[in-house]
Design a protein. Structure first.
Length: 163
């Protein structure tokens, strides 16, 4: 089964074409986001000083520059406000239709995400979509002592809620 959004060339995974973040804690200061995502939790950082809750998560509050942050859960369902649907000329590794939507998660929070598991022409404005977490190829990282290890990775999109 093809992995959504990952360029696979004859079974090899070229890291120069890697579209996804290095998620391991050795490389990424918001690695907790991906650990939570792996448990189907959609989270971000909340500033303990001023209460600001940006998305994507940050290492420093963009409002008050405090680095005293905590992890909070975001809703995992929302409504499609607008969307685009590419049916031809999609980038290498993706399948048509390639759909991106502006999603309203409620409480004034909106984000743009890819929509998967949706056929061409099916999505409508106002549709309810839910978080979909999927595996992406692991990253090879070097641990202390030169030990090479595969680090599991996940990423997210949204998918239509079946009616
Ligand atoms: Zn703040």
């Amino acid at each position: 089964m093809p992995v959504p959004g990952v360029p696979i060339l004859e079974g090899l995974y070229p890291s120069t074409l890697d579209l996804y973040p290095f998620e391991a804690k050795e490389f990424n200061r918001i690695h907790q986001f991906y650990e939570n995502l792996g448990q189907k939790r959609f989270t971000t950082t909340k500033c303990k000083k001023c209460g600001h809750v940006p998305f994507p998560p940050r290492v420093v509050c963009p409002k008050c520059n405090s680095d005293d942050l905590e992890w909070v859960d975001l809703p995992t369902q929302g409504k499609v406000l607008q969307f685009t649907e590419e049916v031809a000329g999609v980038p290498l590794g993706f399948e048509a239709p390639l759909i991106h939507a502006l999603i309203d998660l409620g409480e004034g929070r909106k984000l743009v995400s890819r929509i998967i598991n949706c056929k061409e022409g099916q999505l409508k404005e106002g549709d309810t979509v839910k978080l979909a977490v999927f595996d992406i190829p692991p990253m090879i990282i070097e641990k202390k002592g030169g030990v090479m290890e595969e680090a599991k990775r996940v990423f997210f999109a949204f998918e239509p809620v079946k009616k």
